[in-house]
Design a protein around this ligand. Structure first.
Ligand SMILES: Cc1cc2nc3c(=O)[nH]c(=O)nc-3n(C[C@H](O)[C@H](O)[C@H](O)COP(=O)(O)OP(=O)(O)OC[C@H]3O[C@@H](n4cnc5c(N)ncnc54)[C@H](O)[C@@H]3O)c2cc1C
Length: 400
């Protein structure tokens, strides 16, 4: 009988896993994707949305036609509970789907509740709705400007986006003629500038320090927030950072419905996985991308998370797809790639400038790791956005 694979989530991880498995096994597998959203979102462009440089139509596409073309069945509903003993997933729409193999690629949700008042008093850009809201707040700010604080809270992991937004804000302030009158500050849980949640890179701290100095941005590292009031961020050490407008990157947690399945997730609702991306407990359940648990090989005075960016997410999805294909063929799932060993490839945008980050491994110890600054990186990021959306929309998931 044809084996059934169900993939939860239709973004970087889910779309890649579903289509690459279907391409590999063709009619020998029936692939169904379940997602609460019927569109793909290119999250990296959310840094530009609040400044009106992008809108929803620029950074999303409907996934239905992509899956149709790839021979993958798509159900637009949220998963409600995974029942491993029945090999079944219950959906919010009342239906249930049976699987032989399951891939969890449901990403994360924001956890602003960690810091009292964070959600109520600052903007964020980590979801489409949040970024649109940040755009409305930015417009109000332009009419009534004052100081700005960009922050990444304790436990945050998406530091790249925090830096990108910081430098884009500085650039937009210049364009609006407000740079001289607005004090721009960066408040971060990182132990040092340029840690990024990946332990830093050679000369990264100096480079980021130079960039900040040039842009006249004050930076505060190793900061944990106690609470946020209207216009005021208060650290656990009782230091105040006042602002007229603030964008913060909160910590992420895995999706709550995963907690219902005993033994599947850790305390943060991230799925505990092996280097094959199979769950620790079940051979037929995989997790990739943001949904998978990753442990950092260090501890920092203020907790920071490990960023799981697009490239490692795709790599995890390919490893999972190859292993499921092997299991369906009656072979052992031998493909493996530790998260920390996946190369780091990232472009950090800075408005009209940028930094290319390349390292042989996501996590140290590393042999190579470089940060190359220059305006060409801004252009490369623009080109990458167009290429990546084209690639995913066309279902060309085996392209680099
Ligand atoms: C502001 C920002 C900027 C970023 N910039 C970069 C960058 O420059 N470079 C880079 O490489 N990475 C960047 N990233 C990270 C990148 O977006 C992630 O690596 C990527 O989105 C991870 O993909 P994923 O499929 O694991 O999760 P997601 O992209 O979060 O997708 C999760 C999917 O699961 C679905 N889902 C959620 N709950 C359920 C449910 N209950 N049932 C069914 N489906 C569900 C969602 O609808 C979605 O389809 C950025 C992220 C953010 C937020």
């Amino acid at each position: 009988m044809t084996k059934k694979v169900v993939v939860l989530g239709a973004n970087f991880g889910g779309l890649t896993a579903a289509l690459s498995l279907k391409k590999e096994l063709k009619s020998d597998v029936e692939v169904t994707v379940v997602s609460d959203r019927d569109y793909f979102l290119f999250n990296p462009s959310l840094i530009w949305l609040p400044f009106g440089k992008r809108d929803e139509g620029d950074v999303t596409f409907k996934v239905g036609p992509t899956f149709d073309k790839g021979g993958v069945h798509f159900i637009n509903s949220a998963a409600k509970e995974i029942k491993p003993d029945l090999k079944q997933v219950e959906l919010v729409n009342g239906a249930s789907v049976d699987y032989d193999y399951l891939v969890i690629a449901t990403g994360t949700r924001n956890k602003p509740e960690l810091v009292e008042g964070l959600f109520e008093n600052t903007s964020t850009i980590t979801t489409l709705g949040d970024a649109e809201n940040a755009g409305r707040e930015w417009k109000k700010f332009l009419d009534n400007p004052g100081d700005i604080v960009i922050a990444a809270t304790q436990g945050a992991s998406c530091f790249g986006a925090a830096y990108e937004f910081l430098f884009n804000t500085s650039y937009q302030l210049k364009k609006a003629g407000l740079k001289k009158q607005v004090k721009l500050s960066y408040v971060t849980s990182e132990p040092f500038l340029g840690h990024f949640g990946i332990g830093g890179l050679n000369h990264g701290e100096q480079l980021l320090g130079m960039f900040l100095k040039k842009e006249k941005i004050d930076a505060y590292t190793n900061v944990a927030l106690d609470h946020v009031d209207e216009g005021r961020m208060v650290t656990t050490e009782g230091i105040n950072h006042d602002f007229k407008w603030s964008m913060t990157i909160p910590p992420f947690v895995g999706q709550d419905f995963l907690r219902k399945t005993e033994g599947l997730v850790n305390a943060g609702a991230f799925v505990d996985v092996r280097p094959t991306y199979q769950s620790l407990k079940w051979d037929d359940i995989y997790a990739v991308g943001l949904a998978a648990a990753v442990t950092a090989p260090w501890s920092t005075p203020t907790p920071v998370g490990v960023p799981k960016t697009g490239f490692p997410t795709e790599q995890m999805a390919h490893v999972a797809a190859k292993n499921i294909a092997a299991q369906i063929r009656g072979e052992e799932p031998t493909h493996s790639k530790e998260f920390g060993d996946i190369p780091a490839v990232c472009i950090m945008d800075a408005g009209n400038n940028g930094v290319l980050i390349l390292a042989d491994k996501m996590l140290p110890p590393r042999k190579h790791g470089v940060m190359i600054p220059g305006p060409q990186n801004h252009l490369a990021k623009l080109a990458f956005e167009k290429y990546f959306i084209w690639k995913m929309k066309g279902g060309h998931v085996n392209l680099p």
